[in-house]
Design a protein around this ligand. Structure first.
Ligand code: PRE
Length: 291
């Protein structure tokens, strides 16, 4: 990691995603300066011992941190990124590259480009976990995973290359698409599955006292992501609500179909649907499972 194009990196938000970037950088030998911007003075105090172990300097003042940076990585929830971008734009110098890790791209890319022009390249490492916070962050999180960058067409190729090189240095494979295509695809592969897992468990709430000791790994695996942070997911789902609404309509059709199959007693149609589901799943290339 000594060959990273950036030597002064600021990570805004040291939760699972930002914390994992910091730990990955240090464990791969990054010797430059690493500053973590956290919410407030209490967070600085609370996180100081853990941050020290990873040679991360902490501050809660974004403005003063920005003085000394060549890469600023926004790793706060999307609703916070949308609030932080204007402050960033007011204080940042011309040479700094800014990126983010949010699951939703169109509104962030739009505002980022509007405020920072070529200096902003939106990004999304397609990996995460239901556990939040710096303690849950892992140095291996990005190893073998995909990072999607959504630059403007023709945007400064040097900056895009530098950011790609940064993520590749952490073990990721980098690709590019438009923010709109990203949000359309991720609605199906990530956002709707989260919504369904949360909604399914919410629907079981009344029966939970009777069912709680009767679940196996099936329910655990199907709903693991319903253990994720509701604030974070409310923001992601809200920002992508129009596209998710379209996907929900398609899903309702599928479920209506299943209902008809069951009501009509069409066992071979049921089997065919399940087979189609299994075969479809086999086409996906999932990221590595981390312990
Ligand atoms: O593994 C999980 O718990 C995740 O939620 C990861 C997951 C996903 O696969 O949907 C969620 C959001 C991220 O932006 C990317 C990946």
């Amino acid at each position: 990691m000594s060959d990273t194009p950036f030597q002064r990196i600021i990570i805004v938000g040291l939760g699972l995603m930002g914390g994992s970037v910091a730990k990955a950088l240090r464990s791969r030998g990054f010797a430059g300066s690493l500053v973590g911007v956290v919410a407030d003075a209490a967070a600085v105090q609370r996180m100081e011992p853990a941050a020290k172990q990873w040679r991360i300097s902490l501050t809660h003042q974004l403005k003063s941190a920005l003085r000394d940076a060549d890469l600023v990585l926004l790793a706060t929830p999307p609703q916070i990124i949308l609030q932080q971008l204007p402050e960033l734009a007011r204080h940042i110098s011309a040479e700094v590259l800014v990126s983010d890790v949010a699951s939703i791209k169109a509104p962030i890319a739009q505002l980022g480009h509007q405020l920072l022009g070529d200096r902003f390249i939106a990004g999304h490492p397609v990996v995460g976990g239901e556990k939040a916070g710096f303690a849950a962050a892992r140095e291996s999180l990005y190893q073998g995973t995909r990072v999607i960058l959504t630059p403007l067409p023709g945007q400064a190729p040097n900056a895009v290359d530098a950011l790609s090189g940064f993520w590749q240095g952490l073990g990721a494979t980098v690709s590019q698409m438009t923010p709109e295509a990203h949000d359309q695809a991720l609605a199906a592969t990530s956002h709707l599955p989260h919504l369904l897992a949360f909604a399914y468990m919410a629907g079981l709430d009344d029966q939970a006292p009777a069912l709680r000791d009767l679940a196996g790994g099936g329910l655990r695996d199907f709903t693991r992501i319903a253990a994720s942070d509701p604030d974070l997911w409310a923001a992601i789902l809200w920002e992508n609500r129009a596209i998710i609404g379209q996907h929900l309509q398609a899903l309702q059709k599928t479920l209506g179909n299943v209902e008809q199959i069951l009501a009509g007693g069409d066992r071979s149609a049921l089997r065919a649907l399940l087979e189609r589901g299994r075969d479809c799943r086999q086409q996906f290339q999932f990221p590595p499972v981390h312990p």
